[in-house]
Ligand binder design. Structure first.
Ligand code: COA
Length: 250
C-alpha cells in the first residue's frame, strides 16, 4: 500500500490510516485509489471482518487536496473520489471511524457511510462546499437530512460552518464522543468486539440496515457528482480554490 495510506490487519480489524499529516491528511487521487483498493481487497478477506478508518497526527482529514483537485479534477463517475465513495457504500463489512481534529468535506461526509463513529471532544467537522463554490457530495444531500432532520442538515450544508462533536452527535453523524486521550483505545475495543461477533450475522445485519437505501445512495452520488463536476469548473469554485492556495503567499 502507499505511504499516504497505511494499512494494518490485526484481530480481524483492517485499519486504514490516512497518512499525510503535513497536509492535514488531505486526500490526493492516489490516496483515494489506495483506499478503494484496500476496501475491495477486504471484501474477499475473511480476516478483515471490520474496517477502521482513522487519520495520522491528531487529524482525521482535511478532505480533498485542493491543489490535486485543480490538477486532476474528477471527470466522471469513474474518477478516484467517486470510486472510493462507491466502494464505501458497497462495503459488506462494518466500517468504523475514529475521528480526531479536523474532518473536512469528504472527511465528514464519508462518516455517513460508516457503521460506528467515535470522535474526540476536540474533533471539528466541516462541510464548506458552498463556500468553495461547490455543492453537497458523498450522498450527504440525502443522508444528512435523514439522520439530522432538514433543519440541521440545511444549516450545516448551506452555511457550511465548522461544528463540534456535540453537534455531530446531535446530527446523528457520530455515535460517541470521548476524551482525546482515549480515542484509539475506545475505537480499537469497538472494532475488536464487532470483529469477534459471528461474521456472517454481522454482514447480513449490516446489509439489512443499508440495503433499502443503497441503490438510491448510488443514484444520489451520481446526481451530486455531475453537479459537483460542473461546479468545479465554475468561476465561483476557481476563485475559492485560488484564494485557498494563495493564503500563505499574501
Ligand atoms: N488541500 C490542500 N492542502 C491542504 C488542505 C486541502 N484540503 N488542507 C490543508 N492543507 C495544507 C495547507 O495548505 C498547509 O500546507 P502548507 O504547510 O504547505 O502551507 C497544511 O496543509 C497545513 O494546513 P493549515 O491550514 O496550515 O493547518 P490548520 O491547522 O491551520 O488548519 C484545516 C487545518 C484542515 C482546518 C485547514 O487546513 C482547512 O480548512 N483546509 C481546507 C479544507 C477544505 O476546504 N477541504 C475541502 C475540500 S473540498
Amino acid at each position: 500500500m502507499s505511504d499516504t495510506l497505511l494499512t494494518k490487519r490485526e484481530a480481524g480489524v483492517l485499519t486504514l490510516t490516512f497518512n499525510r499529516p503535513e497536509k492535514k491528511n488531505a486526500f490526493t487521487h492516489a490516496m483515494y485509489e489506495a483506499a478503494t483498493q484496500a476496501l475491495k481487497q477486504a471484501e474477499g478477506d475473511a480476516e478483515a471482518r471490520v474496517v477502521l478508518l482513522t487519520g495520522a497526527g491528531s487529524v482525521f482529514t482535511a478532505g480533498n487536496d485542493i491543489g490535486d483537485f485543480m490538477e486532476h479534477p474528477p471527470a466522471g463517475e469513474d474518477s478516484a473520489v467517486f470510486r472510493f465513495l462507491k466502494a464505501l457504500v458497497d462495503a459488506p463489512m462494518p466500517v468504523l471511524a475514529a475521528v480526531d481534529g479536523p474532518a473536512v468535506g469528504i472527511g465528514t461526509t464519508m462518516l455517513l457511510h460508516c457503521d460506528y463513529v467515535v470522535a474526540t471532544e476536540r474533533a471539528r467537522f466541516h462541510m464548506p462546499f458552498v463556500q468553495l463554490g461547490l455543492c453537497a457530495e458523498g450522498a450527504s444531500s440525502m443522508l444528512l437530512p435523514r439522520v439530522a432532520g432538514y433543519a440541521l442538515a440545511s444549516e450545516l450544508l448551506l452555511f457550511g460552518e465548522p461544528f463540534d462533536a456535540a453537534t455531530a452527535l446531535r446530527a446523528g453523524i457520530i455515535n460517541k464522543v470521548v476524551p482525546d486521550t482515549s480515542l484509539h483505545e475506545v475505537a480499537a475495543e469497538r472494532a475488536r468486539t464487532l470483529a469477534s461477533r459471528p461474521a456472517e450475522a454481522v454482514r447480513v445485519t449490516k446489509r439489512l440496515i443499508r440495503e433499502p437505501l443503497r441503490q438510491r445512495t448510488h443514484q444520489v452520488l451520481a446526481t451530486e457528482g455531475s453537479e459537483f463536476i460542473q461546479r468545479l469548473g465554475s468561476t465561483e469554485a476557481q476563485e475559492a480554490f485560488m484564494a485557498f492556495m494563495s493564503r500563505g503567499r499574501k
